[in-house]
Design a protein around this ligand. Sequence first.
Ligand SMILES: O=C(O)c1ccccc1N[C@@H]1O[C@H](COP(=O)(O)O)[C@@H](O)[C@H]1O
Length: 203
Amino acid sequence: MPRVKICGTTSVHDAVQAAQAGADALGFIFAPVSKRLVSASVAREAGLSVGPAVARVGVFLDQGLDEVLRLSEAARVSAVQLHGPLSEGFVRAVTAFYPVLRVLRPADLVTEGKLWQDVPGVTLMLDAPQPGGGVPLDWESLRATFPPGTWLAGGLGPWNVAEAIRVLRPAGVDAVSHLEARPGVKDSSKVAAFVRAARATTP
Ligand SMILES: O=C(O)c1ccccc1N[C@@H]1O[C@H](COP(=O)(O)O)[C@@H](O)[C@H]1O
């Protein structure tokens, strides 16, 4: 059964609701382009509100190493999610401080995917080219190449997550767009339904 990450958390209220629904991880997006951008102080408060069992993942896109580490420390995250084109050295530098969810597009699997497959501290996550866009990947086309231990994002919601898990057996699932009442604000019933649907899958 995969881990369940609820991303784009922007308030203590939504963090507590997601934790109470059974989420394993919360995502806090620090990419300035995001409609779910959150401050490090709110992320820290939200992360502290859910207790020690829920992972707190800082999400970054097109940001420098200093900014990633500074915001991650200020927010007290427990892991870092890195999107976009990055050097091997950049990713390795972050793993010196935090476990990394390295987000790749399907096309990147043949190149960068192999690089990280057996690197401790780096977990792959496949997502659509436009993160946060709510667009699912073609799961069937990925069946043969989806690496073991990889997480899945992209257009997941309560109605399709069980099928995605059946097809690809991801180690974790991650969603934001289809769990919101409006950008940056979760619909707690959708969040709870997503967690239930992901947990209902047979191993
Ligand atoms: O959601 C965003 O605004 C965002 C911005 C920059 C980087 C990542 C972002 N979100 C990530 O997108 C995926 C899934 O999104 P969706 O469910 O398809 O809307 C998830 O990994 C988020 O962390």
